[in-house]
Ligand binder design. Structure first.
Ligand SMILES: Nc1ncnc2c1ncn2[C@@H]1O[C@H](COP(=O)(O)OP(=O)(O)OP(=O)(O)O)[C@@H](O)[C@H]1O
Ligand SMILES: [Mg+2]
Length: 302
């Protein structure tokens, strides 16, 4: 299987499913405002990631980037947010630094810290400081997982000031002209205890993502998994049936990612029924009645 888009993250390297890269003609890439610094070279997305535009999100994002507006990508799991930001970074010719947020993350994990080594102490920029200093797109994935006292460090970068104070170091970074911050946000997962503050939300423009409409989703599933379009369409039908069960026993709809998993197994010779059970039914619910309902949706199409 060909490699996926070349992307470096501060978290562990992705070891999970790596989708194939687009074969279709490269889209026009707008002129860059200048070569990124050597330090950011590993973060450049060198091959065009396959991204099937669903509406006018590409144009809207380009317009937002042109004024360096901080952006929030909202939508359920597995619907294309990460793929979109990888594609946009490639299209804009900008390095992409991704940070997977979690509740143990501290402001220092983002901004940087002093490290002790044989020669004494030295400062090490965190991913947000690297992006702001050298001019990358910084993608904070699942930002709501971070504690609010961590999230507020992005505030001075996401208003007219565009600065990042490194309090421990006594330095104020003025953001590089190419720097932009992007966050992802799943509106279904929020509770009162865990949500972004209004003062954070109101610093961002937002794009809504959702599962694409039938034919587009089938095209994506076929492209990414290698199954034929008819099989892909059946998988999408099953996905749509399952999505209707959201709120009636299922907490979350069945994602495009799961449909691609199903397609990948089928493309590798696994019988469709077994493939769908492994990838669509069992991961999403343990409830026997719900499993029966999903199984019957599967047998309608395979
Ligand atoms: N519009 C699209 N064009 C191309 N591929 C897509 C698109 N939407 C979804 N995909 C496929 O679905 C997979 C899952 O999408 P992605 O990882 O971007 O989801 P996500 O919204 O970031 O999910 P999460 O919130 O769980 O991180 C991608 O790896 C890609 O194969
Ligand atoms: Mg993602």
């Amino acid at each position: 299987m060909p490699n996926g888009p070349v992307i470096r993250t501060y978290g562990p390297r992705r070891t999970s499913y790596t989708p194939p890269v687009a074969q279709h003609a490269a889209a026009a890439r707008p002129a860059s405002t200048g070569a990124p610094s050597d330090l950011l070279a590993p973060y450049l997305v060198r091959e065009e990631p396959y991204y099937r535009a669903v509406a006018d999100e590409v144009e809207l994002y380009e317009a937002a980037y042109s004024v360096r507006m901080p952006m929030m990508l909202k939508g359920p799991t597995g619907c294309g947010k990460t793929r979109f930001v990888e594609y946009m970074a490639w299209r804009l010719g900008k390095p992409l630094i991704t940070v997977a947020c979690n509740e143990d993350m501290t402001a220092s994990d983002l901004v940087g810290r002093f490290l002790l080594d044989a020669n004494g102490t030295r400062w090490q920029d965190g991913p947000l400081a690297v992006a702001a200093r050298h001019g990358a797109i910084c993608y904070l994935d699942e930002v709501v997982e971070a504690r609010q006292d961590t999230t507020v460090v992005i505030h001075p970068l996401t208003d007219a000031r565009r600065v990042l104070p490194l309090e421990k170091k006594g330095e104020l970074i003025e953001a590089h002209p190419d720097f932009q911050i992007v966050i992802s946000y799943n509106p279904g997962y929020q509770s009162l205890m865990k949500d972004l503050k209004q003062s954070t939300k109101q610093r961002f423009g937002a794009l809504d993502f959702n599962y694409p409409e039938h034919d587009i989703e089938a095209e994506i599933v076929a492209h990414e998994s290698g199954v034929g379009i008819e099989v892909a369409k059946n998988l999408v039908h099953i996905g749509e049936r399952a999505r209707n069960l959201k709120g009636h026993g299922l907490d979350e709809g069945l994602s495009t990612r799961m449909l691609i998993y199903a397609g990948s197994l089928i493309a590798n010779g696994v019988a469709p029924l077994a493939a769908c059970r492994v990838t669509l039914v069992r991961p999403i619910t343990d409830d026997p009645d719900m499993r029966d309902a999903l199984d019957s949706a599967v047998t309608t199409y395979f």
